[in-house]
Write a protein that binds this ligand. Structure first.
Ligand SMILES: Cc1cc2nc3c(=O)[nH]c(=O)nc-3n(C[C@H](O)[C@H](O)[C@H](O)COP(=O)(O)OP(=O)(O)OC[C@H]3O[C@@H](n4cnc5c(N)ncnc54)[C@H](O)[C@@H]3O)c2cc1C
Length: 783
């Protein structure tokens, strides 16, 4: 007993007296930690450190402050921004069509390009003092979204100059001279920018670009100056073939030490006029029938002055840091917005089509088999739009949320892929036969582009979301890493000791929280004040998941250390948990911000149930593949002490969601808000919208007719192939028999006309001849 007490006192002394603890415990742990800490290149370090930590940091804390989430302002458009969407953006949409851009112009039409430039679409992120529109991130996102609901080529052509590229880099790092010269020209479209990073040998691993610049002397404007001789080979560069100003990334070397002592200066970004001698540019790629301008460019030993470096010679070698620091804003906006737009189009038009299109004498949207994908489309789109809006709001608050931007990029594009696939399945042949009547086929073709660009999705999920999240968002991991790299050894040990023991306390409390909330079904978890009663349990359940995630993440880092970086499947699933927590947060915030619309509740419930079930699976996926089975069993007991409580959204909830998509309602309008929606029979979506209204208006009339048929008052009618139109005869009989009024007959005739137009698909001459179709070779050929 005495020995036991002595032992306890000794342990307490070691733990509670910092100098003793540091000497006996922390020093050996610190030595092992330094050995195990994976080596990190400068570019990796810059990528990890870039940007800010926002709400995702709270989710990593295991104890998210929901009041803080609900307190973030919900983004809104200013009057000017709303007017731009209602007028300029509307006018641009009316000017372009997916078919014309794809098959006739193979680009935006010259008229549309002129309009885009004149109205400042290319300068949404440029301040007004330089002639730009200076839009908020939310307005910028809303413009891209709207264009995407109608013409993806227009969206991409506008998106790229407003994303990571010359304008964004100049704004943050340009010299005054560069800004004053280029920004007004970029704002007005007098310069078309492109940004070239990708090389055939460096795609995802962009920091390894072999493109090279050698510092040397050369002739520039008849004078000998110190400049750079640059050799590059780039591909996939959007707007490259038509750009006038090429942002170029290359690695700068100074073998003769003309700039200083350093030989390998590092990645450098320069602005090169595309007509500069030696620049090979203009050829095009053909990315999955998307005809936005995209192509390769190259140059060999092209001499250029140092002044062309963005930010001037002082910024030589800082290119990678600059790119990483600016990545979050564009990645938060471009693809999340364009893909949410695509999903809105799919939801609105496919939902309507599912009501208009009848098979087996029933609207196909009423079959349970179709309800299932419809519900998924609705739930996903509600959640995606919530995430898009919340993240754009974060940018407007001055954040550069690096992890959240990766989350929205990955999850919105993956969910869009699912939504578009679902739409294609529902549309059947209507989605497959390309032509002006097909509103979904091009989106289906082009979805993989969004998956590939701005960080290919597999890489983003496997390496970035949790990898960067664990280091940036965790309250102690970065502090421990910094302590290990601290040149002052004594300070390093002190810092490490402080972070480590707080970290251990953190793990213990999160383990207890996860377990206690698991055992009590999280019924006693915190709920923010004044939230909608129907969402109270979600806050509690998400707090439970957050605590369990913080615990699991920590144990994983301790157990696997640097190996976790290579265990991409586990890292990906941990990232999924963080991401789903983020998406659920955005969904709950949206529900509150939109005034807790009771009619929208099924969408919110479906999205959250689906995400919670997926989160549970992600936990299972990590634990059941844990390298150490004993630790896996302990984790399982801590995280799911009473088994797996979450199930997929119920069929009845799915039914409620599907119903919202197949008839007009305020919910449907909110779900697809911000779309381009012409009430025009000539538009492939407009006609379905009109057909839906007519279908609903005609349904009671159809019922009267069916009753009259059964009673033998009017003849039975069937839709016949061309020529035998007994529907018209039946309507005439019904009117003569006083069963239908002339207005009702007119309504049925109009419905039939719109229905036939809505289900129509295009056909072409056998040889797809240019004369007959207006299509331009070679894209019109089938071979
Ligand atoms: C239409 C289009 C437009 C583009 N626009 C531009 C532009 O304007 N400017 C520009 O500089 N670039 C641009 N890009 C390039 C784009 O950023 C790259 O295509 C992207 O980085 C992927 O590179 P890659 O295609 O070479 O694929 P790879 O790097 O070869 O990747 C192939 C696959 O491997 C996966 N992968 C790679 N590394 C890992 C890893 N460590 N773990 C798990 N999986 C991994 C990827 O996720 C991907 O699935 C564009 C590309 C396209 C297709």
């Amino acid at each position: 007993m005495t020995w036991f007490l002595v032992l306890l006192v000794a342990i307490a002394a070691v733990l509670l007296v910092p100098p003793l603890r540091r000497a006996l415990l922390t020093t050996p742990i610190f030595a092992i930690y330094k050995k195990l800490l994976p080596a990190m290149s400068q570019t990796e370090k810059e990528a990890l450190e870039a940007g800010t930590v926002w709400w995702e940091g709270e989710l990593f804390s295991g104890k998210p402050d929901w009041q803080k989430l609900l307190g973030y302002p919900h983004p809104e458009l200013s009057t000017t921004e709303q007017s731009f969407l209602d007028h300029e953006c509307e006018a641009l949409c009316a000017m372009v069509s997916d078919w014309d851009t794809t098959q006739i112009h193979h680009d935006l039409s010259p008229k549309a390009w002129a309009y885009v430039k004149e109205k400042g679409f290319l300068g949404m992120i440029i301040p007004r003092r330089y002639g730009g529109l200076e839009f908020s991130a939310y307005a910028h996102s809303s413009v891209i979204q709207k264009l995407s609901t109608h013409c993806p080529v227009a969206a991409v052509s506008v998106m790229v100059p407003n994303s990571l590229g010359p304008a964004e880099l100049l704004l943050h790092y340009g010299t005054d001279e560069q800004k004053n010269h280029y920004l007004p020209r970029l704002a007005k479209g007098l310069e078309i920018p492109a940004f070239a990073l990708t090389n055939p040998h460096a795609g995802s691993d962009a920091a390894s670009i072999p493109d090279i610049g050698i510092v040397c002397r050369g002739l520039w404007q008849d004078k000998e100056v110190i400049g750079m001789r640059v050799t590059w080979d780039k591909r996939y560069i959007t707007l490259g073939p038509i750009c006038t100003l090429l942002g170029l990334a290359f690695r700068l070397h100074d073998p003769d030490h003309l700039l200083g002592d350093v030989t390998d200066i590092g990645i450098t970004c320069a602005l090169v006029p595309s007509d500069h001698p030696g620049v090979n540019i203009g050829r095009r790629h053909f990315p999955l029938n998307a005809v936005f301008q995209n192509g390769p460019n190259s140059g060999t030993d092209v001499f250029m002055p140092l002044d062309w470096i963005i930010g001037g010679p002082a910024r030589a070698g800082q290119g990678w840091r600059m790119l990483m620091e600016c990545l979050a804003a564009g990645r938060s906006i471009s693809l999340p917005s364009s893909n949410t737009g695509m999903s809105k189009l799919a939801v609105r038009a496919t939902g309507a089509y599912a009501r208009v299109r009848r098979q087996f004498k029933t609207a196909i949207g009423k079959f349970e088999g179709i309800e299932e994908p419809l519900a998924r489309m609705g739930g996903y789109t509600y959640m995606m739009d919530a995430a898009r809006t919340m993240t754009a709001g974060a940018i407007d608050l001055g954040e550069k949320p690096s992890v959240a931007s990766a989350i929205v990029k990955y999850h919105v594009t993956e969910r869009t892929r699912q939504v578009v696939n679902d739409a294609m399945d529902i549309l059947g042949g209507k989605g497959i036969c390309l032509g002006p009547n097909n509103f979904m086929g091009r989106a289906y073709q082009q979805v993989p582009i969004a998956i590939t660009v701005e960080g290919a999705n597999i890489l983003t999920r496997s390496l970035i979301i949790f990898g960067q999240g664990a280091i940036r968002c965790h309250p102690y991991v970065l502090k421990e890493m910094e302590a290990a790299r601290e040149p002052d050894a004594a300070k390093g040990l002190r810092d490490f000791d402080k972070a480590l023991f707080r970290h251990l306390g953190f793990i213990w409390t999160r383990a207890f929280r996860a377990w206690s909330m698991g055992i009590t079904g999280s019924h006693f978890g915190p709920v923010p004040a004044d939230v909608a009663p129907e969402t109270r349990r979600y806050y509690q359940q998400l707090t439970r998941f957050s605590a369990a995630f913080a615990f699991l993440a920590d144990v994983s880092m301790f157990v696997m250390g640097g190996d976790l970086k290579r265990k991409e499947k586990l890292s990906a699933r941990l990232g999924d948990i963080l991401s789903l927590l983020y998406l659920c947060s955005a969904t709950l915030k949206r529900y509150e911000a939109e005034g807790r619309q009771a009619e929208d509740a099924p969408l919110m419930h479906w999205a959250i149930w689906d995400a919670m079930f997926k989160m549970q699976n992600a936990f299972e996926g990590v634990m059941s593949n844990y390298p150490n089975r004993f630790i896996a069993a302990v984790l399982h007991w801590k995280i799911f002490p009473l088994g797996r409580p979450y199930v997929v959204p119920s069929d009845s909830l799915g039914h409620e969601v599907a119903l919202k998509l197949i008839e007009p309602s305020a919910t449907r309008d909110r779900l697809t808000a911000g779309m381009y929606l012409p009430r025009d029979e000539k538009d492939s979506v407009g006609v379905i919208e009109l057909a839906l209204e007519a279908t609903l208006a005609a349904e009671p009339i159809d019922a009267k007719l069916r009753a009259a048929e059964k009673a033998g008052i009017v003849m039975r009618s069937e839709i016949h192939p061309v020529g035998a139109d007994d529907t018209a005869t039946q309507l005439l009989h019904a009117q003569e028999a006083g069963i239908l009024s002339s207005e009702e007959v007119a309504l049925v005739i109009r419905r039939n006309h719109l229905r036939d137009k809505a289900i129509a698909v295009d056909d072409f001459p056998p040889d797809f001849s240019v004369e007959a179709t207006g299509m331009v070779a070679p894209l019109c050929t089938t071979a």
